[in-house]
Write a protein that binds this ligand. Sequence first.
Ligand SMILES: *Cc1c(COP(=O)(O)O)cnc(C)c1O
Length: 416
Amino acid sequence: MSGTAPDGGLYVPENLPHFDPDALTQIDTVSDLATQLLAPFFEGSALSDQLGEICDEAFSFPARLQLLEKSERGSLSVLELFHGPTAAFKDFGARFLAACMTRIIGTPDRGTVPVTVLVATSGDTGGAVAAAFHRKPGVRVVVLFPDGRVTARQQHQLTCWGDNIISLAVRGGFDECQRLAKEMFADAELVQRYRLCSANSINVGRLLPQSVYYAQASLANDRRNSLPSSFVIPTGNLGNAFAGIWAKQMGLPIDQIILATNANRTIPEFLGSGEWNPRASIPTLASAMDVGDPSNMERLLNLWGDAAEIGRRLRAVSVSDESIAQQIAAEYARSGLAWCPHTATAFNVYRDLPDEERSEHHFIIIATAHAAKFESIVEPLIGETIELPDELSRLLKWPASFETIDAVTDEITSRL
Ligand SMILES: *Cc1c(COP(=O)(O)O)cnc(C)c1O
């Protein structure tokens, strides 16, 4: 329930369980796989008996692995993580976290202050968290999003809920939203008065379920090819990629992990120079990855010690807006498939790998959002209208409302 540890750091497991992939291939459904993988993390928890039910609730939509290209010794697949209620991978983490938290909160007594989930979002987190907690008893959600930095459809998803969801546009970028949330969580009096808790990607309850789709996809590829998979992961705050790293550490058949960032180069520069230079975020086409100070680096340092060691185990490549745009058009010309700017970032990194590497490995590109969420960017590049997935078109019919605030905590507390 508390996103950050009392000393201000992030929670990490003391040790990770280790699985034999052969034992896991017998499991049929994603929910069963999730239950098995996550059981060690719930040992001794009041929720351990309910883990199966929690996984059924969270993994109620597919993570589709689509084979795109195949050569003699290599292949390219895309893992589509955008078939949930808000059409981005964040639905997995948000739904799992909500399923856990609502069980912990239980049925509230009349008159008790609701638990307040405070979430700073660069675009997709807020919608996923709002969708996951909408109309759940005993909880309200405050969504902070950067004013004017999200697409019209993203903004709609952040602001169409009403009921127990409060949507606030913050003047400034995502970093300002994140700073506001951090400030409130650091104030013990506020935390107690509003029963604040976090649903951001720093929450360990978001990361754990994300490791499940890496497990599922790498096991599926392993069954098909008897070889481990390499992943190219669109990366911002490092929550999605970190879950993939956990999956690898837990023994799943995962080979290379390559992080694809946009022009926010903090991570690639760190792996290159060893210098950690967090900075303000730069707005890019792949806006959900506009993060200049990725929080989860702290976890990576905890796992592997320093930049040199991290650099031995991972690669990170930065992609310019120009290349992202070019890649969206190029992939559409090649396959007739439209990818969102985040996914296109990973495609660009993959296409730039040496030919030998691509032909000798089974690569999986993580597709983080549906292109229809970023239609104002993608449609002009491909010259076609993208069909809306059903879930999204339903949400877009709901009326939206939000308020715009300055980046100070009073503006939030006065609305609670
Ligand atoms: C959040 C998000 C990302 C970045 O994920 P991190 O966990 O912050 O690295 C990439 N693509 C999309 C569509 C997102 O919503």
